[in-house]
Design a binder for this molecule. Structure first.
Ligand code: SIN
Ligand code: MN
Length: 277
């Protein structure tokens, strides 16, 4: 999939592009059907909400789930990112965010590149965030919010917040957010399952909690230009990947046909099967 000149200009101005219903319901079903089994696994890649056992985010499923491994190589997702950077990309981070009905907690205001720079020593903001909706996203189930144009300001001052939620994040203070919103407003792209958002690593974003009875499962992928790979390995490898191999796309029907993919972490951390005595 190729971006038009006008889409490239919109991305440059606003810091994001929204593609409603880019993936078909039958393609999304293949992915969503896998999620309960992934969330049920007891492995460090499942980060749970601070209130209980509900999964907030699952990391690196593309390394141990065939369907998500195929999504990670999908041309509708990878090609526009390669086009923006003008070079091959590798997977820097892959997560399936639960934002489960009633329990899904907030994501405070932040920029992802702040973390990639501070923690991972990624040289430049040449990594793209991609969100793919596995459930419908509406105004009630905690849609992702953006401050359009905020990516133009580079890396903003941030504080490492280790207490608000179960997942530490470099967050931006309320006063700064107030000024940014006065200038750029807030948008929250909403749409059916199968919709996709591309957003800049410096775009300021957040989401509120999910008090609705509807899950808001979305896949968040971060694809980094290969020459811009991270220089420091401080965070666990399932959060910030250390394999900089360029992504090779599969054909467009890869979510519906069983193309072979490698699953190097299939047996990693899986609990041993208990023998009946
Ligand atoms: C993120 O910023 O990484 C996730 C935000 C969300 O799931 O709403
Ligand atoms: Mn983020």
């Amino acid at each position: 999939m190729k971006l038009t000149q006008s889409q490239l200009e919109t991305f440059d101005r606003d810091g994001y592009l929204f593609f409603p219903s880019l993936f078909r319901p039958e393609e999304i079903k293949v992915l969503l059907d896998e999620v309960p089994a992934l969330y049920a696994q007891r492995r460090p890649e499942n980060v749970r909400e601070k209130t209980g056992d509900v999964v907030r985010t699952n990391f690196a499923a593309h390394l141990y789930s065939a369907s998500f491994a195929r999504l990670a190589r999908h041309p509708r997702m990878v090609e526009p990112v390669t086009q923006v950077f003008g070079e091959d990309v590798y997977m820097h981070q892959f997560k399936i965010n639960g934002k489960q009905a009633f329990d899904g907690d907030v994501w405070q205001w932040h920029q992802d590149y702040g973390t990639w720079s501070n923690d991972d020593h990624m040289p430049e903001a040449r990594a793209m965030n991609v969100a793919i909706f596995l459930d419908e996203v509406n105004e009630f189930n905690g849609p992702l919010m953006f401050i359009p144009g905020s990516h133009k300001l580079g890396v903003l001052e941030a504080r490492h917040d280790t207490s608000t939620t179960s997942y530490p994040l470099w967050t931006i203070n309320n006063e700064v957010i107030g000024k940014l919103v006065a200038r750029g407003g807030i948008v929250a792209p909403k749409g059916p399952a199968g919709s996709m958002i591309l957003f800049h690593g410096c775009l300021v974003h957040a989401s509120s909690s999910n008090l609705s009875p509807w899950n808001r499962v979305s896949v968040y992928l971060s694809l980094c230009a290969v020459s811009n790979h991270i220089r420091r390995f401080k965070r666990p490898d399932y959060i910030a990947h250390r394999d900089f191999t360029p992504i090779q796309c599969l054909p467009d029907d890869c979510l519906l046909k069983e193309y072979e993919v490698s699953l190097p972490w299939k047996d990693r951390f899986v609990e041993p099967v208990r023998q009946a005595s």
